[in-house]
Write a protein that binds this ligand. Sequence first.
Ligand SMILES: *[C@@H]1O[C@H](CO)[C@@H](O)[C@H](O)[C@H]1NC(C)=O
Ligand SMILES: *[C@@H]1O[C@H](CO)[C@@H](O)[C@H](O)[C@H]1NC(C)=O
Ligand SMILES: [Ca+2]
Length: 169
Amino acid sequence: MRMDLIFVLLLALSSCVNARIFYFIPEHKNWTEAQTYCRLHRTDLATADDQMDYDELLKAIPKDFTDYVWFGLYRTDGTAPWVWSDQSKSVFRSWGIGQPNNSGGAQFCVGASPTGPWNDLECTYQLASVCYTDREDTDGEGNDRRYKAFLENPPRWKCFPGEDSSKGE
Ligand SMILES: *[C@@H]1O[C@H](CO)[C@@H](O)[C@H](O)[C@H]1NC(C)=O
Ligand SMILES: *[C@@H]1O[C@H](CO)[C@@H](O)[C@H](O)[C@H]1NC(C)=O
Ligand SMILES: [Ca+2]
């Protein structure tokens, strides 16, 4: 195989790795308490890089659960940008229709509906939450990660769950 092609393949593999394991925390906490808990027991409140990552996050929520859950997105006031608890640069967003609406002027933390859409909420709400750990922390072997493959018809990249030959960083 040509070297440049191998390079492209490796890049694609690493960009497709699901680097996180998500954990549902059922105890109701305000956003700050949830953040403290996640930083103490896991890595941080959950970050999602893309839809596939977010789908994994949602899978951590029990099937019968219907309330919003806290994850890592928040802002410090009504005009500040939305940022992630772990300082991730992720631009992935999943706002529900009409959200964020900063209803009442103090909705600086984001709740994820178990069906996917986000709503900005008061950080004082007591909700369940989702934490994450870096997969590398628990699985140095690179097993059970996603891999990306090029499909020819139609030509496209597609991510698959399963074994991944790259070790990731
Ligand atoms: C803001 O969104 C909430 C939740 O969806 C909704 O109940 C509320 O009516 C909205 N408030 C305003 C002012 O649009
Ligand atoms: C969360 O709860 C703690 C402990 O009761 C409190 O000190 C803190 O101010 C609360 N934070 C928010 C954002 O509600
Ligand atoms: Ca709202």
